[in-house]
Design a protein around this ligand. Structure first.
Ligand code: GLY
Length: 391
């Protein structure tokens, strides 16, 4: 057993110890972040109007269930499956409300419904996931060959907006094609991924966050800095979505160019990862303030570990070493293993220019735990479809 595998197993023991009481304390919530007392909030209890992307429509709502399914597949604890399903049942309301829903149905229903179905064969979960896939496919712009990201707000016309994060949502489409044997979903996923390769990835391997297309002609209009420092900069979580997202598309489709692109973005990132493994919000941000994003760190690490699985043995260390460096930095310097806080991973940032920085985000915990399991070689990858899983 390699040293990093032993380390991951020891760290997972700490995860189990902490999550046992965290889950018990937050049974019927769908958390996003923790408050000043270290207690999880509850997105499912927020009273929002039917057309908002917050509350039950909030894009990270699938990650609480995702953590529970990750732990369930390891421990077999039935209570974890029960709590995960409770969150999924609540989330189904978003289809009836409809107007506030967005492209992040992949982030919402892969770690919940698809994970449930793949582990247990639950037909109701499959139906929910197919419903989400159909919704996502309906956001495809066939002229521009991209999936529309967000809905309009009163001041912004977003009909032509696509964002790098969506590379994760399209995993739902690959899965739907495998399940239904209907190629339409995969065709849409690949057309979107091709558009992203062409318009988001810069020659140096860095990626844009937001690209706007003309929704009528499909021509690219401009890009935006989005959650990063500025236009032309490199939002680190976005680099992570790109690395990991392109590997997923490679595994889901077999198209070599996707792996080559993932490696190109990875090389850019690896060249910018600080020696101490602490990841900034943007690789091109000023030295001060030194805002960090531990969540982006975990996504990048996960993507690098996925590339390591796809390359020859001699190349693996190139990707594994920086991934382990990042994860050890989280576990040793940015993790809360105490009972003071419900979340493990600290110092996450949603967007560089937000007023709030360095807080907890449930999907940071999800991607941290997922990456630890990758190091141990255990479990299925829900972002990569395997229609013929043994149940
Ligand atoms: N998908 C939005 C984010 O990463 O913050």
């Amino acid at each position: 057993m390699k040293e990093y595998q032993r380390w991951a197993e020891e760290t997972l023991n700490k995860v189990h110890e902490k999550m046992d009481w965290v889950i018990e304390k937050n049974l019927d919530k769908i958390p996003y972040t923790t408050d000043e007392n270290g207690s999880y909030d509850d997105k499912s209890a927020q009273d929002r109007s039917w057309n908002e992307d917050d509350g039950i429509n909030w894009w990270t709502n699938g990650f609480w269930g995702g953590i529970l399914w990750l732990l369930y597949q390891d421990t077999g604890k039935k209570s974890y499956a029960k709590i995960a399903r409770l969150s999924e049942q609540k989330m189904k309301k978003c289809f009836d409300m409809f107007y506030g829903l967005h492209h992040d149905v992949g982030f919402m229903f892969l770690p919940t419904s698809v994970f449930d179905y793949r582990l247990t064969g639950n037909e109701d979960a499959k139906r929910t996931a197919l419903r989400a896939a159909n919704f996502l496919a309906g956001r495809f712009n066939p002229v521009g060959k991209f999936i529309r990201a967000w809905n309009d707000d009163p001041n912004v016309d977003r009909r032509g907006w696509a964002i790098i994060d969506c590379l994760f949502n399209i995993s739902l489409l690959y899965w739907a094609s495998d399940e239904t044997n209907d190629p339409r979903f995969r065709q849409i996923a690949m057309m979107h991924a091709d558009t992203v390769m062409e318009h988001f990835v810069r020659p140096d391997g860095s990626v844009r966050h937001i690209v706007e297309f003309n929704p009528l002609t499909g021509e690219m209009v401009r890009d935006y800095g989005g959650q990063g420092y500025e236009r032309g900069s490199s939002w680190t979580r976005g680099q992570g979505w790109a690395i990991y997202g392109f590997v997923n598309s490679y595994i889901n489709s077999g198209k070599q160019e996707y792996l080559d692109t993932a490696k190109k973005v990875a090389q850019y990132c690896i060249g910018n990862i600080p020696a101490n493994g602490i990841i900034p919000v943007d690789f091109k941000q000023p030295e001060e303030p030194a805002w960090e994003d531990s969540c982006g760190a975990c996504v990048i690490a996960g993507g690098l570990l996925e590339i390591a699985k796809c390359v020859p043995e001699v190349e693996r260390e190139t990707y594994t070493e920086p991934a382990v460096r990042i994860l050890k930095a989280i576990a040793e310097k940015r993790a809360d293993w105490s009972r003071e806080c419900d979340a493990i991973v600290q110092n996450c940032t949603a967007a560089y220019h937000d007023k709030k920085h360095h807080f907890t985000m449930v999907y940071a915990d999800y991607f941290f735990i997922e990456a630890l399991y990758k190091l141990t070689g255990f479990g299925i990858n829900i972002w990569q479809s395997e229609a013929k899983v043994d149940r």
